[in-house]
Design a binder for this molecule. Structure first.
Ligand code: MG
Ligand code: ZN
Length: 224
């Protein structure tokens, strides 16, 4: 009896995700579902991205967290288009929460919407939010086995970010092993190695180039 109930929850989620996707595409918004562990640097990456692109692109953020509006408050210093979702005990965002948050955004003004998912590498992967792409974020402080241990996230991501390269010399992290795991799981997806804290470097510019390249072409993307 329980399996059909779970299936219905996901089916309803997928239906709402399609409604979100249609609304976002109609407004010409390129939408990223950013998925990574707590503390991997998602919000720091977005702060640096705003700093770098505010003159070129209008970026909105929907920030999901269990409690506190700390991330949204940090990001609101850079943009008027920031909405917080408090998930309470929920460990991922679902399409209906994003639907409600979207009602607080003027989609026609946005070029890009980043949905900063709840810090979690597991169930956010299974819930379609209506995004164009999923972006996976790992970091040097999490251990080099995280890609291998979270294959579904790696396989579904359109780009994989590896953050905190500036800390590699201080932590035990086999970068060659991590790279090999990523290539084995998803040989076609770019792996961008960067430091969101020291964002004046080549890796960060690759992320910016990827975002800018994709932003105006949202209508070409199918469901992620
Ligand atoms: Mg955050
Ligand atoms: Zn969850």
């Amino acid at each position: 009896m329980q399996v059909p109930i779970v299936e219905n929850v996901l089916k309803l989620n997928d239906e709402i995700a399609e409604i979100n996707r249609k609304a976002l595409k109609t407004s010409g918004v390129f939408t990223v579902n950013l998925i990574g562990s707590p503390g991997c640097g998602k919000t720091t990456l977005l702060e640096a991205t705003f700093q770098r692109l505010n003159d070129q692109l209008t970026i909105g953020v929907i920030a999901g967290d269990l409690t506190t509006a700390r991330d949204a408050e940090r990001l609101a210093q850079w943009s008027d288009h920031v909405v917080q979702i408090s998930t309470g005990k929920g460990c991922h965002l679902d399409a209906n929460q994003v639907r409600q948050a979207m009602q607080n955004l003027n989609l026609d003004k946005l070029d890009v919407l980043v949905i900063e998912n709840v810090g979690n590498l597991i169930c956010p992967v299974g819930f379609d939010l209506g995004q164009d792409v999923k972006v996976a974020m790992f970091s040097a402080t999490e251990g080099d086995d995280k890609a291998a241990k979270h294959p579904y996230l790696v396989q579904e991501a359109s780009v994989i970010l590896f953050n905190k390269t500036d800390l590699l010399e201080y932590v035990r992290f086999d970068l060659d092993l991590f790279r090999a795991d990523v290539v084995k799981l998803n040989p076609h997806t770019p792996l961008i190695e960067l430091s969101a804290m020291n964002h004046d470097q080549a890796g960060f510019e690759k992320w910016i180039a990827w975002l800018v390249q994709n932003a105006p072409h949202a209508l070409q993307y199918g469901p992620a």
